[in-house]
Design a binder for this molecule. Structure first.
Ligand SMILES: [Fe+2]
Ligand SMILES: [Fe+2]
Length: 180
């Protein structure tokens, strides 16, 4: 802007974001990446897309599990939250496996496909009208704007970490893996 004084703050306050809008926009982004993967015939591009999907999903499941799920626990149906944790853990197994490989490996396309199906199911459970987790959270009167701010700031930290060092493998939260 022309008339802005030189010492004006560089960035205006970020607009408020509703927690559910933020999480749903993550869902749409990952769905788009899965569509691009399906359409691609180039192994390098497919590997890059698959790794991007895994990073997005690690960030998304982390902010949900650190911030959103604890905020709704006790205020919505217990089964809804319990199943969400278990579904995340199921996806994490494939996420770590996909990140360790590349397109052209045996079963790689199948792993990405099955991950997309697991995520599709899980997103439906979150977004379903009336009984879905998000609808229950809205009905419970949770402060979604405050929660949105927390999700956004944690997400920015994780995005920065992913860009600098990459994120560590996803860790299951409630499912026990085979004993070592
Ligand atoms: Fe989600
Ligand atoms: Fe989730």
């Amino acid at each position: 802007m022309d008339d802005m004084p030189e010492d004006a703050p560089k960035a205006p306050d970020a607009p408020l974001v509703d927690a559910i809008a933020l999480l749903e926009s993550d869902h749409r982004k990952v769905e788009g990446l899965f569509v691009q993967y399906e359409a691609s015939e180039d192994d390098d591009e497919k590997t890059a897309l698959a790794h991007q999907i895994c990073t997005e999903l690690k960030i998304h499941t982390t902010i949900e599990e650190e911030i959103f799920y604890p905020a709704v626990e006790g205020k919505i149906e217990e089964d809804t939250v319990d199943e969400a944790y278990v579904e995340h853990d199921g996806a994490k197994v494939l996420i770590n496996d996909i990140e360790a490989g590349s397109a052209g490996d045996d079963y790689y396309d199948a792993k990405v496909k099955v991950l997309s199906e697991e995520i599709k199911h899980h997103v439906k459970e979150e977004e379903m009208p009336n009984q879905g987790m998000f609808a229950q959270a809205r009905a419970a009167g949770i402060d979604l704007v405050e929660l949105g701010a927390q999700l956004k700031s944690r997400k920015l930290e994780l995005v920065a970490e992913a860009e600098v060092d990459g994120l560590p493998p996803a860790k299951p939260t409630v499912v026990n893996l085979a004993p070592a």
